[in-house]
Design a protein around this ligand. Structure first.
Ligand SMILES: Cc1ncc(COP(=O)(O)O)c(C=O)c1O
Length: 432
């Protein structure tokens, strides 16, 4: 590890809570160079929906490279891209009767968000964006302006302008009443509020703490956006590609976004890819090459991403995700019920869950205990007080159970330690 500590930037973050050197991985298990096995409830922050080194994808990638397939192509046409587009249209768009153009920006989520914002501003001729409290949309300046977290915003170096943050449904002041207030404010030409180009929303806030929006609220956000002549952008970068038990996190919710941002799981294998879905009437505003980027044609990701789409050819995989998710919920609720005085909260949908322990120190201690036991998790929410469970969707049942058992043991150890420390302190104070 000394090499990293000596040479790699101070910015290192995840490696500080998982201080080991990983060498191999398969499905939901990662192995470090000492041979210690970790169950992965982190899945590359929602990238590895189909597990590490998914065998079908690995085979397809190896075959493609062995046949000298094109690796890098900017936005030129390739057989790999065509096969991906055709599969996406047939498997995802057509059954939903969705009509979108596909745009491939640079391969990270923040790239996708940047171009969604740029297009919404272009289409409407407006500059303002409405984003939500605790929302997370990326680190480049436009996306960062939409990201709510102070920890990231404070190092922007320039003002993060042209975005108004309003309360997410489940946050204080949020909900339908708040949207009605916004409607009357924006409709009043003397309210001082500039009409927005777009509303950008996550249906389940991932980094923000696994905050789950209702269909009713999302419909009201869409209605508000459209009443004001603004676009609805759904950032499905973390919650899309099967994570919530349907391909899009908003499937069946009665909304029809103008732009959908996808990344993370779309490339299937963990190799980068981003893709925006644009309503054709909005796409018509783009002129050739106006938003470019060297790493757009990620052919290895197209090859793996095409394989990933096979999971959605029928409902079997989604059904399994929902069943496994129900199991996660049950386990977390059992853990929470053990500590009624602490009012732990369980939130989530599909196979993404949060155990909100309401205390950053408790959450950090749980994270450490998990790591020591051989379980990789991450923290999210304000300051990191929510334990996030986002395993590969392909995780074998026994690994899921084992990981949940580790988590329960970790929580028990931390809570026992705190009780002991509290008792010791009580004795110190009261008995000298
Ligand atoms: C909802 C959402 N949007 C955007 C991003 C940014 O993606 P990237 O880190 O690939 O730029 C993330 C990353 O976690 C995300 O969860």
């Amino acid at each position: 590890m000394q090499v990293f500590e000596q040479w790699e930037s101070n910015i290192r973050a995840y490696s500080r809570t998982a201080p080991t050197v990983f060498s191999t991985a398969s499905n939901a298990r990662q192995v470090d160079e000492q041979g210690k096995v970790y169950i992965d409830f982190f899945a590359g922050a929602g990238v590895l929906n189909f597990g590490h080194n998914n065998p079908r994808m690995k085979r397809a990638i190896i075959d493609y490279i062995e046949h000298d397939g094109i690796t890098h192509s900017l936005d030129m046409y390739t057989t790999a891209k065509r096969a991906f587009i055709q599969a996406f249209v047939e498997t995802i768009l057509k059954p939903r009767q969705m009509n979108y153009k596909l745009q491939f920006p640079g391969p990270t989520g923040t790239n996708a968000v940047e171009l969604a914002l740029k297009l919404a501003r272009r289409v409407t001729g407006r500059t303002e964006i409405v984003a939500f409290s605790q929302g997370f949309h990326g680190m480049t300046l436009g996306a960062l302006a939409c990201t709510a977290n102070h920890h990231f915003r404070k190092v922007s170096g320039v003002p993060l302008n042209n975005v108004t943050h309003v309360p997410f449904e489940t946050h204080q002041g949020g909900g339908l009443d708040n949207l009605a207030t916004l409607h009357s404010l924006y409709s009043n030409s003397s309210s001082g509020c500039e009409l927005p180009a777009a509303f950008i929303v996550e249906t389940v806030q991932g980094e923000g703490g696994i905050n789950v929006a209702s269909a009713e609220w999302l419909q009201a956000v869409q209605a508000l956006a459209h009443d004001l002549g603004a676009l609805l952008i759904v950032d499905d970068i973390q919650m899309g590609c099967g994570r919530t038990g349907s391909y899009f996190s908003f499937d069946g919710m009665g909304i029809d976004p103008d732009i959908v941002c996808l990344s993370k799981g779309i490339g299937g294998f963990g190799t980068p890819l981003a893709m925006n879905l644009l309503k054709p009437e909005h796409d018509a505003y783009w002129q050739a090459g106006e938003h470019t980027g060297t790493f757009r044609g990620q052919n290895i990701s197209f090859i793996a991403g095409r394989e990933a789409l096979r999971y959605f050819e029928n409902e079997e995989f989604n059904t399994q995700t929902l069943e496994r998710g129900a199991m996660i919920r049950q386990h977390l609720q059992k853990i929470a019920a053990h500590y009624p005085a602490h009012a732990f909260e369980v939130r989530g949908r599909g196979m993404v869950y949060g155990l909100d322990v309401g205390d950053v120190d408790i959450a950090k201690a749980i994270n450490k205990q998990c790591f020591d036991k051989g379980l990789l998790i991450s923290l999210c929410g304000v300051g990191g007080s929510v334990v996030k469970i986002i395993p590969p969707l392909t995780i074998p049942q026994e690994d899921l159970v084992q990981g949940l058992d580790y988590l329960a043991e970790a929580v028990a150890a931390v809570m026992q330690f705190r009780e002991n420390a509290y008792a010791e302190r009580y004795l110190e104070i009261h008995h000298g």
